[in-house]
Each structure stands twice: as C-alpha cells, then as structure tokens.
Design a protein around this ligand. Structure first.
Ligand code: CMX
Length: 132
C-alpha cells in the first residue's frame, strides 16, 4: 500500500529556466541537480512539505522526456508514489494483470529503487513506484 506521494515529475526543456519560476517566483529551494544517465535525464528536486517536485530535462533526443515534450509539450510527466517494499508491490500488480514497464526495480535519482507502470494500465498517467 502506498504511503506518500514521493514526487511529481515535470518535463521541462531547460531546468535552469524552470528554476527561475520554482525558486525565484515561488521561493522553493532546489536541493540538488543530478544526472541519471540510464534514463537520459537531468533532474532537479524541489521539496514541498512531505513531497517533492522533480524537474526533468532530457540529455539526449532518445530520452523518454525528449519524446514526451515533442508529443505533448512541457508539463506533468509522471506521478511517483512510495511503497515500503517495491518487489512485493510489483509482484502484486503483475498478478492483477497490470502492465509494468519495469518488472524488476532499477535505480533512479537519489539512489531510490524505482519501477514504472504503463499509462495504458493507469487511466493515462505514467506512474512510478519508489522505495527509499
Ligand atoms: N504520461 C502519460 N501518457 C504517456 C506518457 C506519459 N509520460 N508517455 C507516453 N504516454 C502515452 C502516449 O501518449 C501513448 O498513448 P496513445 O497510444 O494513446 O497515443 C502511449 O503512452 C504509448 O506511448 P508511445 O509514444 O507509443 O511510447 P513511448 O515510446 O513514448 O514510451 C513510455 C512511453 C511511458 C513506455 C516510456 O516513456 C517509458 O518507458 N517511460 C519510463 C521511463 C521514463 O519515463 N524515464 C524518465 C524519467 C526518469 C526519472 O524520473 O528518473
């Protein structure tokens, strides 16, 4: 059972430009910028209460974030919810016939264990499940 909204991923063309809104206009301090090579993205985290906004910038034309922006434009890319045991959560979803993008966990920003669930199984949103 999910315990918290871990973060909301937002696809942006430029993290530097987006930060001028999130940091300068809203006053939310970015806690770090990190490149996740495997996902071909650069990420910036901005904490809001118990959750975070994750800005996502593509580092290659092959990045899922580049494809997303090309098709839909900048905007909300995924919702991430946190569970205590990711392997158990994935086994349960698979058993229920939910379409998983990752059947086994991989490592995302901040060293979190993560897996994605396909938008076709969730009513149109890309869902990330994470364990920290
Ligand atoms: N949110 C909602 N729907 C999405 C979506 C998103 N982020 N990305 C794609 N879709 C939809 C498409 O619109 C399409 O719908 P239609 O068939 O109705 O047009 C459908 O999903 C399939 O899309 P596609 O273009 O055929 O498939 P893609 O090659 O673009 O792959 C996806 C889509 C989700 C499987 C792929 O982007 C993926 O594997 N994502 C997981 C990894 C990822 O996103 N990494 C970046 C973030 C990393 C991080 O946070 O660290």
């Amino acid at each position: 059972k999910p315990t918290v909204v871990d973060h909301i991923g937002i696809a942006v063309k430029s993290i530097d430009e987006a930060l001028s809104f999130w940091q300068s206009a809203l006053g939310i301090q970015c806690t770090g910028v990190e490149e996740v090579e495997e996902q071909k993205v650069r990420t910036a985290f901005l904490p809001i209460g118990d959750t975070e906004v994750e800005l996502l910038e593509a580092t290659s034309d092959e990045s899922p974030v580049a494809k997303f922006i090309e098709k839909k434009g900048e905007g909300i890319h995924h919702l991430a919810i946190r569970v205590e045991n990711l392997e158990a959560a994935l086994a349960e979803l698979k058993e229920k016939g939910i379409r998983l993008i990752d059947e086994t966990p991989r490592y995302g920003a901040g060293g979190a264990k993560i897996a994605f669930v396909h938008p076709k199984s969730t009513g149109g949103i890309l869902l990330e499940i994470s364990e920290r």
